[in-house]
Design a protein around this ligand. Structure first.
Ligand code: 4AD
Ligand code: MG
Length: 468
């Protein structure tokens, strides 16, 4: 028997598919639904290449009872047959099945994705199977497209992809939210003279952690090969059970020599707009699906971001606006506080009605490496705030002056020995430079319109959960 080459289902819905009409095709995929009557079965088949299902029409008399029984929701099939224009509503083409091979059946009693319309909470409990739903197929295809667009954007702009280590001895954000990495037997660690764990006996000869950010090593890239970006996983052991925090998330961190804070803001704004435009241009079917199913204002919000320039506003003025708003916030507003989600969203959604970049933050609530302003109180940090999300980007111009930087680090009681390699960027040919970090999953929240960050990554990590 002559075997026909498999066609991916997405290719049955493109312009070129016209050439295949009235020809025999072969498709492979998983059954989404099967319905029909005694003489004919209609099977919706999906192979993940597109949100669209191809309808298989099977004349029941032409197949064995056993085969028909094995074709259940979730089962995997290889189907050959003629591609024809569909008479029915809802699809342009369908396949008149000639042969059906059941690669794997799925038990009707135990396959969890029987009916449509499962809640996102339920799907989180079966995260290993949820990519087979329309929603997660759409989200994960968009996730891929955004990752690709990120590399394309930076490559086209002459940035180099830089690999910061994942295991590190330094705490970039200084917040102490790090997961320890050790090969010591934690029930019985070797002890030093002071009776404490002797980390010189550990794998790396010192205590080590999973990185919270690739920035510090990224700065070594910027101050040598000019413009770099990282794109990798980062880890934070913060006990935040919120819809915007993960313990393992992906971050994109560009770092550029000779960029000041304004250049940095220009890049951040251009970068995000590029990504949103890319999503609208390349993920139309998936975004439209999510728009219709979950969030009817998604498309409008995405288009909206492209139209307007982002507001750029010093923190101090933002505090004034919030204080004068007459709004009752759960956490009252005062200068020096870190902004809560409710404050960020008020500024973006109610006051300005577009994205806002807040600059010049109190130094006490920002990291040690940010460039100090002359007022002695604020630093040249920038947070990009987005509708629905709040903070999507955090960044700054970096403190390039060796003395100012080390003074600040001493004020914060940092272990200077751990950062000698980092300080060499300021000792040898120091230069003005800037960078920022975009939370990949926060970007995906915005682009997909999903409301929980656990639903934009295949296998979310959060407190008390590391299954799958
Ligand atoms: O503001 P953050 O902590 O900044 C940094 O890590 C800097 N080193 C970045 C830099 O300047 N190179 O984190 C940056 C972004 C946040 O704006 C947010 O989008 C995301 O990372 N983020 C998280 N996303 C998901 N879960 C978490 N727990 C996150 N923490 C931060
Ligand atoms: Mg931040």
């Amino acid at each position: 028997m002559e075997t026909i080459r498999r066609t991916e289902i997405k290719d049955l819905f493109c312009e070129k598919a016209k050439e295949l009409i009235e020809k025999e095709v072969c498709v492979k995929g998983w059954v989404r639904t099967k319905r029909g009557n005694k003489s004919v079965a209609f099977i919706a088949l999906n192979d993940g290449s597109t949100i669209k299902n191809i309808q298989i029409v099977a004349d029941i008399a032409a197949f064995s009872e056993d085969t028909m029984k094995m074709i259940t929701t979730g089962s995997c099939l290889c189907v050959t047959g003629k591609l024809v224009e569909s008479m029915g509503k809802g699809q342009l083409v369908e396949i008149q099945a000639k042969t059906i091979e059941v690669y794997g059946s799925a038990d009707v009693e135990t396959y969890p994705l029987q009916k449509k319309g499962h809640t996102l909470e339920f799907l989180r409990e079966i995260a290993h199977l949820r990519p087979r739903t329309n929603t997660f197929g759409a989200v994960l295809r968009i996730r891929h497209n955004m990752a690709f667009a990120i590399h394309k954007y930076f490559n086209d702009k002459g940035f180099f992809y830089w690999h910061s280590p994942l295991i590190t001895a330094s705490d970039c954000e200084g917040a102490g939210e790090m997961f320890q990495v050790t090969t010591l037997d934690i029930e019985n660690t070797p002890k030093n003279e002071a009776g404490k764990t002797d980390y010189t006996k550990d794998f790396f000869g010192q205590s080590t952690f999973l990185t919270v950010s690739g920035q510090l090593e990224g700065e070594l890239g910027a101050t040598s090969i000019g413009k770099i970006y990282t794109f990798g996983p980062t880890f934070r052991a913060e006990n935040s059970n919120t819809p915007r925090h993960l313990a393992e998330f992906w971050m994109i961190e560009p770092e550029m020599a000779f960029y000041d804070i304004n250049d940095n803001m220009d890049l951040a704004e251009d970068f995000i707009k590029y990504l949103v435009r890319y999503a609208l241009d390349n993920c139309k079917d998936d975004i439209s699906f999510l728009n219709d199913m979950y969030d009817k204002s998604l498309l409008e919000r995405l288009e909206g971001v492209l139209k307007e320039s982002f507001v750029r506003l010093p923190y101090t003025q933002a505090i004034d606006i919030l204080a004068a708003s007459g709004q009752k916030f759960e956490v009252p507003v005062s200068w020096g506080m870190d902004l809560q989600s409710e404050h960020e969203r008020y500024l973006v959604e109610k006051h300005f009605k577009r994205p806002v970049i807040l600059t010049d933050w109190p130094k006490e609530i920002k990291s040690f490496y940010m460039k100090q302003n002359d007022d002695g109180k604020t630093v040249r940090g920038m947070d990009v705030l987005f509708p629905q999300i709040g903070e999507i980007i955090g960044g700054s111009e970096r403190e390039a002056d060796y003395n100012k930087l080390t003074t600040r680090m001493q004020e914060l009681n940092m272990n200077m020995e751990h950062y000698q390699w980092y300080l060499d960027t300021r000792r040898f040919g120091s230069c003005p430079h800037s960078g920022f970090g975009l939370g990949f999953e926060r970007l995906l929240l915005f682009v997909t319109g999903m409301s929980n960050i656990r639903d934009v990554i295949p296998f979310p990590r959060f407190p008390k959960n590391a299954t799958f």
